[in-house]
Write a protein that binds this ligand. Structure first.
Ligand code: NAP
Ligand code: ZN
Ligand code: ZN
Length: 347
């Protein structure tokens, strides 16, 4: 075991503070990584505050991890010391169920092992995330950062990136698709970039009119302010695909009214009970409400390679480790432009 510096929460209201965790000794298939940067996902905030009621403390969040390999186990074949690598939200799964065989480890029938707040499948210890100096992960769950990708700006690709790329790809978004991305935060800003890169006509749907100019700079063709009733009415039945990144429970009807015939609203944000809505809003146009969770390891690598090829990166505000509590407060107020990334050299 290696004692490792980290930051974590010890109770729902504790905020985050320094603590020491143990990283395991290398198993044959393990890769040890020195963490350079870690993105700050809204899920980290939900988990630290126990919003979903299943946090075990202490909790060390962080699942947008980039860094360099420091050592490898005897069975590792694809990585060596010095390689630039990344870890996302998944550090293990059963590896044999239909979902795992289909490269959709996030939907593993035995439950994927999360990067934090999960139980290691071998020894039952708690997994701790990337708000720390180093991490040890089995080779099949380690991603390669292609040459040329800026490390800090690549970090958010590991969750915000794949969580938006995956549904856009899986629902066949491409040229001719009319896509609306709801919520311009970490996920939303990557959603706009990917939808644009895939050739869609993209509308940013936001509660923050002041983010409109940024949305267009990020690639949005149009901006729709959700509090503007006249503009929302004018946009009725004008979208094929809506990507809903809102982090809290919210009314569905105003957004479902925007779907055109055979359109889909895909929820990637709130894990919560949502208010009811009248089914007519779906029945009368063959509409769908769907959900999507992150993305599998193979698709994450595909996305990283595409980002390197097309120069797609997150817009980041790099912060020191001790800036995390202030960053959480700003994130809660939707004051994020557009992803906080922790510089781990400050820990
Ligand atoms: P974020 O950076 O905080 O962005 C969320 C954005 O949603 C805000 O910037 C804001 O954009 C909008 N918003 C916030 N409160 C709202 C409200 N009450 N009504 C309408 N819009 C609101 O969060 P994030 O990191 O992108 O994460 C978003 C959600 O996705 C979180 O709940 C997170 O847990 C979840 N998540 C899910 C997965 C998955 O696998 N499905 C993966 C990662 C994260 P505007 O100012 O533009 O309105
Ligand atoms: Zn996340
Ligand atoms: Zn499985």
């Amino acid at each position: 075991m290696t004692a490792t510096a980290a930051w974590g929460a010890t109770a729902p209201e504790s905020g985050l503070a320094p603590l020491t965790i143990d990283r395991r000794n290398l198993r044959d298939e393990d890769v040890a990584i020195d963490i350079a940067f870690c993105g700050v996902c809204h899920s980290d905030l939900h988990a630290a505050r126990n919003d979903w009621g299943r946090t075990t403390y202490p909790l060390v969040p962080g699942h947008e991890i980039v860094g360099t390999v420091s050592a490898v186990g005897s069975g590792v074949t694809r990585f060596k010391a010095g390689d630039r690598v990344a870890i996302g939200t998944i550090v293990d799964s059963c590896r044999h169920c239909d979902a795992c065989v289909d490269d959709e480890e996030q939907y593993c029938r035995e439950g994927m092992t999360g990067t934090y707040n999960a139980r290691d499948r071998v020894d039952g210890t708690t997994t701790y995330g990337g708000y720390s100096k180093s991490i040890v992960v089995a080779e099949p769950y380690v991603l390669r950062i292609p040459d040329g990708l800026d490390l800090a700006r690549a970090a958010p690709l590991l969750c915000a990136g794949i969580t938006t790329y995956s549904p856009l790809r899986n629902w066949g978004v491409g040229p001719g698709s009319r896509v609306g991305v709801i919520g311009l935060g970490g996920l939303g800003h990557m959603g706009v970039k990917f939808a644009k890169a895939l050739g869609a006509e993209v509308t940013m749907i936001t509660t923050s009119p002041e983010k409109g100019a940024d949305a267009q700079r990020l690639g949005a063709d149009k901006v729709l302010v959700s509090s503007d009733k006249a503009a929302m009415k004018a946009a009725t039945r004008s979208f094929d695909f809506l990507l809903d990144t809102i982090p809290v429970a919210h009314e569905m009807t105003p957004y479902l009214q925007l779907l055109d015939r055979k359109g889909t609203l895909c929820i990637v944000g709130a894990i919560d009970m949502l208010p009811s809505f009248h089914t007519g809003v779906l029945l009368m146009k063959q509409g769908s409400v769907a959900g999507s969770g992150v993305g599998g390891i193979a698709q994450t690598q595909e996305m990283l390679d595409l980002c390197a090829q097309k120069g797609i990166l997150a817009e980041c505000e790099v912060i020191p480790m001790d800036g995390i509590n202030a960053a959480f407060e700003r994130m809660e107020k939707a004051d994020v432009k557009y992803r906080f990334v922790i510089d781990m050299s400050t820990l």
